[in-house]
Design a protein around this ligand. Structure first.
Ligand code: ADP
Ligand code: C5P
Ligand code: MG
Length: 197
């Protein structure tokens, strides 16, 4: 969405753990010039930086819990400022109603649209167990907790955006290339619409 006050444009990438958000965001950035901000990546970088919040964040990630919004929003705002860009693809955020309401009230920005990567739990579980990035949360016990949090806390946020006509649902169970074709079609349509105005 475009926000008249800040002139920033934000699109949001949502989908369950392992649905392919990060993979597709990397493709979108290359083709459409966004800055990709993954809330999970920012939180993991914060742990590595030795920040005073590091231990708390690490514990929450290990349990699949959602870190308090103020921590994540500060990291997102800092990354936005440092990027020098005005087009952002925010990945894995907002994760719950608190994330959404706090972000909108602090920044006064709402997303232009929300990409929802729709994928079965069986397929997401397979992908996460094969991800091999050494993540503390890619084990079956934490994965089950993350699926539960996704259903209970993140799906309501998708429903909220859907009620505002902002959700673009993509079948994420297909190959990386096929999913990107669907993503591209959404962005191309968006830019064609904008050009027609
Ligand atoms: P997310 O950011 O949604 O958690 P990732 O993009 O990290 O998901 O993808 C999770 C794992 O699945 C990665 O190992 C990635 O290479 C793989 N992956 C992503 N998209 C697909 C796809 N369409 N088909 C098969 N594997 C995929
Ligand atoms: O999106 P990603 O899979 O990288 O997120 C990993 C973890 O980071 C989540 O399970 C959660 O513990 C934490 N996170 C969070 N708040 C967000 C995004 C991620 O607490 N908005
Ligand atoms: Mg990711």
């Amino acid at each position: 969405m475009t926000d008249s006050k800040s002139a920033l444009r934000i699109d949001v990438s949502k989908g369950g753990p392992g649905s392919g958000k990060g993979t597709q965001c990397a493709n979108i950035v290359q083709h459409f010039g966004y800055t990709h901000l993954s809330a999970g990546d920012l939180l993991r970088a914060e742990i590595k930086s030795g920040s005073e919040n590091g231990t708390m964040i690490q514990e929450m990630i290990k349990e699949g819990k959602i870190v308090p919004s103020e921590v994540t929003i500060k990291l997102l705002q800092k990354a936005m400022q440092e990027s020098g860009n005005d087009k952002f693809l925010i990945d894995g955020f907002p994760r719950n109603e608190e994330n959404r309401a706090a972000f909108e009230s602090i920044t006064k920005i709402e997303p232009e649209f929300v990409l929802f990567f729709d994928c079965s739990e069986e397929e997401m579980e397979r992908r996460l167990l094969n991800r091999n990035q050494g993540r503390v949360d890619d084990n079956i016990e934490t994965i089950r907790k993350r699926f539960k949090v996704f259903l209970e806390s993140s799906i309501p946020v998708v429903e909220y955006y859907d009620s505002k006509g902002k959700v673009r649902k993509i079948d994420a169970a297909k190959s990386v290339e096929e999913v990107f074709e669907a993503v591209k079609a959404i962005f191309t349509q968006k830019y064609e619409k904008a050009a027609a105005v």
